[in-house]
Design a protein around this ligand. Structure first.
Ligand code: GCO
Length: 427
C-alpha cells in the first residue's frame, strides 16, 4: 500500500510506574498497599524495566522501530519535597543516552499518572501549590537532561480526571437507583460503597490528610482541578522553552472516536467538546499534540449505547475497533493544524494475531490521514511490554513483548516484528 516518510517515528510507549518496579515513594505504591485497596494487586517489581531498559529498548530497535516513549518518575526524582535525587537523574540520563547511542528517538513524558506521595499530602491535583511544585520538578529535569530530549509530553491524558469524574457520577447514580429496587446486585453495590469508604479512610491516614482531600491524578476532578492541570502544563512549557527552546513540547489527551446514531448528535458534540475542544486555549502555544486512542463510543438519543452483541471486544471489555484512530485524527485535524504524535494506541489481547491485525488497520488509518495532509509525525504503540495496568494489575496484556515475571524473561511477540517491518518497508 505504501510507506511512511523516512523521518516518521514508529515505536512503542511505556510509563514508569507500570514497568520500572519498586516506585516506593509514589502515591500509587501507597494506594496499592493500604488495607481495602481498590487495586487488584500491588505493582512490586513490575517488569523490572528499571534494570532491564537496555534489553527492552534494544529489542524495539532490533525489530526495526525508531522511537521510544517513556516517562520520568517524579517520585524518584523528588522523593521528598524539595530534595532532588542526582542518582535517579543519572538513571534517566543513561536511558536517554542509550536511546541516542542505538538510534532511537526518545519522547519523554514528565507526568504519567503517578506522583510523589508527599504531593498528595500537600493537596495533590486540586491544590494551587502543585503548579509551583510541578514547575520546580520540570525545571530540574530539563536543566539536567534537556540536551538529550527532542520531544516532551508534559502531562499524560490531561483530560482523564474529567472522564473519571463522569464515570464515577454514572456509577453513583446507578448504585442509587439500585438501592431503591429489590435488585440482587444491591448487596454488591453496598459492599463496594463500604469498601470505598474504608479505602478512603485508610488513604487519609497514609497521606496524613482528611480522606475527602485525597486527590491523586486519577481522582474525579473538579473544574478547579481541571484549571490547575492546565496551568501545570503552561508552567512546564514556559520553563522548558526558557531552558531549551528547541525542545518540542506537547500534552496528551485520551480521545475516543465519538459516533452518532440518529438522535445522538448532540451527545457527540458535547463529548468532543469536553474531551478536547475545551482545552484548546491552553495548548495554543504547544509544538505538537499527543493523541491517545483505543476505541470508539456510540451515542444514541439517550446517550452512550453499548457495542452490539456481535461486536468483537478486547480483553479490557471495550470494542475492538482499530478504525477509531483514523477517525480521531480526522476530527482533531479540524481544530489543530500543528504536528500530531499518536502517543498511544493499542489493545489488550491474548491473541497476538489480533494485535497484528489491529496494528495494521490502525496504521493504515494513520497513513491515509498523512495522505490527506494531516501532519502526523509519529506513532507509539501502547505498550512495549505487558505491564501493570493500574487497578487491573498484571492480567491485561497490551504488550509487544510478553514478560514472565517469575524470571523477568522477555518474549517478543510477532506483533513487535510486524510494527518494525512496517517502519522499514511499509505495508
Ligand atoms: C492510559 C494510560 C496507560 C494505560 C493504557 C491502557 O491511557 O490510561 O496512558 O497508562 O495503561 O491506556 O489502558
Amino acid at each position: 500500500m505504501g510507506k511512511f516518510p523516512n523521518n516518521f517515528m514508529i515505536g512503542a510507549a511505556t510509563a514508569a510506574h507500570q514497568v520500572e518496579g519498586n516506585n516506593i515513594n509514589s502515591d500509587f505504591w501507597a494506594m496499592e498497599h493500604v488495607p481495602y485497596s481498590m487495586y487488584k494487586e500491588p505493582s512490586l517489581d513490575a517488569v523490572d524495566h528499571y534494570h532491564r531498559f537496555k534489553e527492552d529498548i534494544q529489542l524495539l530497535k532490533d525489530a526495526g522501530c525508531n522511537t521510544y516513549r517513556f516517562s520520568v518518575e517524579w517520585a524518584r526524582i523528588e522523593p521528598k519535597k524539595g530534595e532532588f535525587n542526582q542518582k535517579e537523574i543519572q538513571h534517566y540520563r543513561e536511558v536517554l543516552e542509550f536511546c541516542h547511542e542505538i538510534g532511537v528517538t526518545p519522547i519523554v513524558t514528565l507526568h504519567h499518572f503517578s506522583s510523589p506521595k508527599w504531593l498528595i499530602s500537600e493537596g495533590g491535583w486540586e491544590s494551587e501549590m502543585t503548579i509551583e511544585y510541578f514547575g520546580k520538578y520540570c525545571q530540574f529535569v530539563i536543566s539536567e537532561l534537556g540536551h538529550l530530549i527532542p520531544y516532551v509530553c508534559t502531562i499524560n491524558e490531561a483530560n482523564m480526571g474529567k472522564q473519571i469524574a463522569k464515570i464515577s457520577k454514572r456509577m453513583m447514580n446507578q448504585s442509587k437507583k439500585k438501592t431503591d429496587s429489590p435488585d440482587v446486585q444491591v448487596g454488591l453495590n453496598v459492599g463496594l460503597e463500604d469498601k470505598m469508604k474504608n479505602y478512603y479512610l485508610e488513604l487519609g491516614q497514609v497521606f496524613g490528610i482528611d480522606p475527602s482531600n485525597v486527590q491523586s491524578f486519577l481522582s474525579p476532578r473538579t473544574e478547579n482541578g481541571e484549571r490547575i492541570i492546565m496551568k501545570c502544563h503552561e508552567k512546564a512549557r514556559s520553563i522548558i522553552k526558557q531552558i531549551k527552546p528547541e525542545i518540542q513540547v506537547g500534552i496528551t489527551f485520551s480521545l475516543y472516536d465519538h459516533q452518532a446514531l440518529p438522535g445522538g448528535e448532540e451527545f457527540v458534540k458535547r463529548e468532543q467538546y469536553e474531551d478536547f475542544l475545551d482545552y484548546l486555549p491552553f495548548i495554543d502555544d504547544d509544538d505538537f499534540l499527543g493523541v491517545q486512542n483505543y476505541s470508539r463510543k456510540i451515542h444514541g438519543p439517550d446517550g452512550v449505547v453499548p457495542p452490539d452483541e456481535h461486536a468483537k471486544l478486547t480483553k479490557m471489555g471495550y470494542e475492538y475497533y482499530p478504525e477509531a484512530l483514523g477517525n480521531v485524527l480526522n476530527f482533531v485535524s479540524q481544530h489543530w493544524e500543528k504536528p500530531i504524535i499518536v502517543t498511544e494506541n493499542g489493545l489488550s489481547t491474548d491473541n497476538d494475531e489480533e494485535r497484528v491485525e489491529f496494528i495494521k488497520q490502525a496504521l493504515k488509518g494513520v497513513y491515509l490521514s498523512l495522505k490527506k495532509g494531516i501532519p502526523v509525525i509519529g506513532y507509539t504503540y501502547w505498550s512495549l511490554l505487558d505491564n501493570f495496568e493500574w487497578q487491573l494489575g498484571y492480567d491485561q496484556t497490551f504488550g509487544l513483548i510478553a514478560v514472565d515475571r517469575t524470571t523477568q524473561t522477555r518474549h517478543p511477540k510477532e506483533s513487535l516484528s510486524v510494527l518494525g517491518e512496517i517502519n522499514i518497508n511499509g505495508f
